[in-house]
Design a protein around this ligand. Structure first.
Ligand SMILES: O=c1[nH]cnc2c1ncn2[C@@H]1O[C@H](CO)[C@@H](O)[C@H]1O
Ligand SMILES: [Zn+2]
Length: 359
């Protein structure tokens, strides 16, 4: 078997469930926007700035990794800036061969210059629409769904959940909580999750990244999350016996039995210290055990990565071929928050025919 090359992976259709809008700006755009508002940056060229983000995020701790977002959030405070960033996000993902993406951001972080929450959401949704239309015109169709994130240390999750329902027919497909995990358990936002369940809505929760099993357990069994953002620490509930057979604890078994999607983000996990290296990333074990594994970018800017690069890293580390790459892609599509018939159409009309040709 010849390993899929980077160029081939770029051409293959890919599905992405976990990507932060404020973690994926083009460095040149940050420079432009910062100049307009007089925001001081740690580097003066696109190359230098890109390298700075990766180096600063390469910190071994989620808290320090998150500090780098101060610079991206600072330049995303006007409707024009939000529109530009969202438009470029759709174009960049489409250029990388992503055909379906759920992109998330926290509206509450974009109010510093006087925008209201609805204005923030509308600017981003418009930007995604514009970028997707341009990408389609260039022969690279992409469907972008938006997830609204509430910051777990703050107290606006109910408001943001309501916002996600208000815009559910205009491009918002779900809800999430993000930010530092230790000390901010999912149940802090239980009222928001219960509200969303009553609204028949979908949500994912960042859990099991910088904190372990209790966070995953709460996200699923108290809050009712449809998917786990990262969820990588579920391996703490898997043990190998003397013969090397893996046995699953009750929580890990539940996650696998219920086909709970894991939004794994290999490079990001190495940077925050959630995994020692790509080669030692639990994705290898979780795939072997047939958990519903998906591959994601998390923050393309902070990790200097793309969907194609994450897949290429896995091909290199684990010897994966087209069968595995198709499996990751179909898993993601099955786990998407858009309606079932639309997921099926992408799987059957776009993804499977393309991988059949590549294999
Ligand atoms: O991997 C992550 N874990 C937890 N929080 C994150 C991660 N990546 C980004 N954010 C946080 O989510 C906010 C909204 O997009 C970002 O501003 C960042 O603070
Ligand atoms: Zn994330």
């Amino acid at each position: 078997m010849v390993a899929p090359s980077f160029d081939e992976i770029r051409r293959a259709p890919k599905a992405l469930l976990h990507d932060h809008l404020d973690g994926g700006l083009r460095p040149a755009t940050i420079l432009d926007l910062a100049a307009e508002i007089g925001h001081e940056l740690p580097a003066a060229t696109p190359e230098g700035l890109g390298e700075w983000f990766v180096a600063a995020a390469d910190s071994g701790s989620l808290e320090r990794y998150l500090e780098t977002f101060a610079h991206t959030v600072a330049v995303m405070q006007t409707a024009d800036a939000l529109h530009r960033v969202a438009r470029e996000c759709a174009l960049d993902l489409a250029a990388d061969g992503v055909v379906y993406a759920e992109v998330r951001f926290a509206p509450e972080q974009h109010l510093e210059a006087g925008l209201t929450l609805p204005q923030v959401v509308e600017a981003v949704l418009d930007g995604f629409r514009a970028g997707s239309a341009e990408a389609a015109a260039q022969g690279r169709p992409i469907r972008v769904g938006t997830l609204l994130t509430a910051m777990r240390h703050a107290a606006r999750s109910m408001e943001i959940a309501e916002l996600s329902i208000r815009y559910r027919d205009s491009g918002v497909v779900g809800f999430d909580i993000a930010g530092a995990e230790a000390g901010f358990p999912p149940t802090r936002h239980l009222d928001a999750f219960e509200y969303l369940q009553r609204e028949n809505s979908h949500f994912t929760i960042h859990a099991g990244e910088a904190f372990g099993l209790p966070s995953i357990w709460q996200a699923l069994q108290w809050c009712g999350a449809d998917r786990l953002g990262h969820g990588v620490r579920i391996v703490d509930d898997i043990a190998a016996d003397a013969e090397g057979r893996n046995s699953l604890g009750r929580l890990a078994a539940y996650v696998r039995d219920k086909r709970i999607p894991l939004e794994l983000c290999p490079s990001s996990n190495v940077q925050t210290g959630a995994a020692p290296s790509i080669r030692e990333h639990p994705i290898g074990l979780l795939r072997d055990l047939r958990f519903r594994v998906t591959v994601n970018t998390d923050n393309r800017l902070m990790s200097g990565t793309s969907m194609s690069r994450e897949m290429a890293l896995l091909v290199e580390a684990f010897g994966y071929g087209w069968a595995e790459l198709q499996w990751f892609t179909v898993n993601a599509m099955k786990s998407a928050f858009i309606p079932f018939d639309e997921r099926l159409a992408l799987i059957n009309d776009v993804i499977k025919p393309a991988y059949a040709k590549l294999a």
